[in-house]
Design a protein around this ligand. Sequence first.
Ligand code: ZN
Length: 412
Amino acid sequence: MQTSDAFAGLECQECGERFDADELRPSSPDSQTRQDAADAAGRCPDCGGALAPTYDYDRIDLDRETLADRSFDSQWRYRELLPFEPSAAVSADEGGTPLVEGSSLADELGVGELYVKDDGRNPTGSTADRGLSVALTAARERGVEAVALASTGDGGQSAAAYAARADVDAHAFLPSRSTFTNKAMVNVHDGEMTVVGGRIGDALDAAAESIAEEGWHDLGWFATPYRHEGAKTALFEIVEQLDWEIPDAVVVPTGAGVAAVGVHRAATELERLGLIDELPAIYVAQAAGCAPIVDAWEAGHDEPEPVEYPDTICGGIEIPDPPGGALALDAVAESGGGAVATEDPDILDSAIAVAANEGLEVDASAAAAVSGAWELSRTGEFDDSDTVVVLNTGAGSKTDDVLRSHLMGQGI
Ligand SMILES: [Zn+2]
């Protein structure tokens, strides 16, 4: 594998066990080592915890000036803090997205400054591209022939696109409620799609069964160590775009927990390297109809209880049993952040308000972060000196029908 200089293998996020990346190789039926078991399963063979790349941070020589000299054109500019060399990357120049100031939104919320990190402007229109670029790089380096995942939509579309670039077969399992755009584009990228009746839990079950039968490489949330790793780069960019000012809050729309876990991890790495001296507060934003992480945070629990009857229009983040839930709660606690849930009408109203007043297109699920920020300012969590960043995880055009239906229903 063409790993980066300081990459020191995979580390279990639960028990701390490390696995040597140099031994990674395509799994075979007779591979019996713990290393292979960890790599094939994507999780720690000792405790089942999620894995994440780790680095020999003493070997990383990175300063603000070095970064400033690099063009702001893709996430691979942070090569010291990614596991693979840019020359090996399966990349479509994901990342490098704009941080757009929203002055009317800042006024409405009563905060000092508000910015939208517009990850809807990634190659397939979502923040999933960051992680799937890294995950497909790992898969190609391992010689994998086919990847598979269950997804609420954006991840399936993105995986199909990056698998196409990697010349790997992609199998996406999407619940029937996924958007037309997501389903159509999986096919257009030459991915094989299975539409599963029901919701994400049904798609996860169907994917798990086929993955076990076919031996496909699993790209599900936290089944690969690399999607939350790619998600880190959004925070690296935000801090640089703010000229190294640390935002008081980063509000992250949250389903599985990939983005929330990733951005917090990025901040801890910048702090460890001495590039920043405090952590931005991470706020998890969910839809009230499926808010297991928010519920756990408010109850003081370390991990979420699965939601039995999820019900929100925000299908992209309707994940009743989030695989990154415990890690997202850690991120919130360590960063001094919080968690907030808002109702569907408020979420859709906020997407429409941002489109109408700021001209920015935020998809229905990502808008949970906008309405979450609104709620946090209403409850006094933010004040008029705060700099708040909202992560827009998906392009508004992905859910144009949902947003327009809501608009028409209001009689506007
Ligand atoms: Zn472990």
